[in-house]
Design a protein around this ligand. Sequence first.
Ligand code: THU
Length: 137
Amino acid sequence: MANLSQQELEKLYEIARRAAENSYSPYSEFRVGAALQLANGEIVTGTNVENVSYGLTICAERAAVARAVSQFGPKIRIAATAVTNLNGKASPPCGACRQVLAEFMAPDSPVIFPAAEGTRTMALSELLPLGTEMKLK
Ligand code: THU
């Protein structure tokens, strides 16, 4: 897995936890935070933003990706992702977020998330096999 120490990943995880405090989740009350370690050294966070329509809800990870591109441009690369929640539940990134992360993150880069017990770190390619195989050109 790409080169971040366990200590750096845990720091990123704590930053994600703090981002979850801003969660707008009146419907599920599931408060999620994400933190992206960018290759340029910056860290960008996101939280889930729910909507009365339910379907228009934005997950924390995708909110963070949109923010990172908006702030630093289309060439960003994500070296590591942390996601967590304030509800004490397991929450690996959803399928949609895995695909969106794959757009900017190398397959062997780590994703840390809350598992049934403690945290778990997996390479993006383990979470989303063939995530970078789709080619339009
Ligand atoms: N959610 C995230 O923000 N990220 C995930 O990885 C899992 C789900 C949000 C969406 C919704 O606001 C709430 O958690 C319950 O699904």
